[in-house]
Ligand binder design. Structure first.
Ligand code: CP
Ligand code: NVA
Length: 305
């Protein structure tokens, strides 16, 4: 049966860890500029309903390096769910291509795409989640800490798609996860409940920063207004003002803490320029690792890894 990667929880704990190991292997091959063509003669359709820098370039570069052909379909090309039904696109592309990667607004459209496609579908972000990002983040944390034991991640900001993927990761791996957000901007309660089903993880949602960051191994943030919410940006800038990640916040943890951001960052809003540029900031390692981890995910879904 074909497999999809729509949620982190589509993979078992063992599959998540095996994907990280495979990502390490493909990363080393890439750095050696090895010829590695497992996808020779195969194609990846990349459907974008929203803008992207990293997701587009990392999937396209990675799939091309692995010997395949990646097709970029811009927000104006398909009109998925508007010009044409999601389930029709799913079946048409399944006749041409070997894999689909999609970045969509509505999460139900991603699920519909996966349901009707006969080829694997990878989620490159929806309004609900961003699983490739969080798997790449986990890989990056493992690189820097060398292990994933006793990991405390404090996410500061909006309870958005990034948070939902962290929560789903907590459902699979032992994790102390804290989301510090303004009241009214909490993550989806059902996803919080799902994460709390894992007795080895601890999940808290709090409304102040100070206590939350104590002992953090990682402080993570994201934009306050996501794609599709940009008209709320000024209102959110006021509401989120006390949730900015500053040098003082980073230094208040009582521990050597890494700073992470999925990017793109709005410097001077959710994070200061100084934090972005500090030695503890690993944002560009995260961005690079998107490609290696996604290559591993594609290999796993295609039964090649
Ligand atoms: N982090 C991330 O997904 O970046 P893009 O929106 O540029 O793809
Ligand atoms: N929460 C952000 C993530 C971008 C990668 C957004 O959805 O715009």
């Amino acid at each position: 049966m074909k497999r999809d990667f729509i949620h982190i929880t589509d993979f078992t704990t063992e599959e998540i860890l095996a994907t990280l190991d495979l990502a390490q292997d493909v990363k080393e091959r890439f750095h050696r500029r090895e010829t590695f063509h497992p996808f020779a003669g195969r194609s990846l359709a990349m459907i974008f309903a929203k803008p992207s820098a990293r997701t587009r370039v990392s999937f396209e570069t990675g799939f091309t390096w692995m010997g395949g052909h990646a097709l970029y379909l811009s927000p104006n090309d398909i009109g998925i769910g508007k010009r044409e039904a999601v389930k029709d696109i799913a079946r048409v592309f399944s006749r041409y291509n070997d894999l689909i990667m999609a970045r969509l607004f509505a999460h139900r459209h991603m699920e519909e795409l996966a349901e009707h496609a006969t080829i694997p579908v990878v989620n490159g972000l929806t309004d609900y989640n961003h699983p490739c990002q969080i798997l790449a983040d986990l890989f990056t944390i493992r690189e820097h800490r060398t292990h994933l034991r006793e990991l405390k991640v404090v996410y500061v900001g909006d309870g958005n798609n990034i948070v939902h993927s962290w929560l789903r990761l907590a459902a699979r791996l032992p994790l102390e996860f804290v989301c510090a957000c303004p009241e009214g901007y909490e993550p989806d309660p059902e996803t919080v409940a799902l994460a709390r089903q894992n007795p080895d993880s601890s999940v808290s949602i709090v409304h102040t920063l100070e206590e939350a960051v104590a002992g953090a191994d990682v402080i993570y943030t994201d934009v306050w207004a996501s794609m599709g919410q940009k008209e709320e940006a000024e209102e959110r800038a006021r509401i989120f003002r006390s949730f900015q990640v500053t040098e003082a916040v980073m230094e208040s943890t009582g521990k050597k803490t890494l700073f992470m951001h999925c990017l793109p960052a709005e410097r001077g809003r959710e994070v200061t320029d100084g934090v972005m540029e500090a030695p503890y900031s690993i944002v560009f390692d995260e961005a690079e690792n998107r490609m290696h981890v996604q290559n591993a995910i594609l290999l796993k879904l295609a039964g090649l890894g």
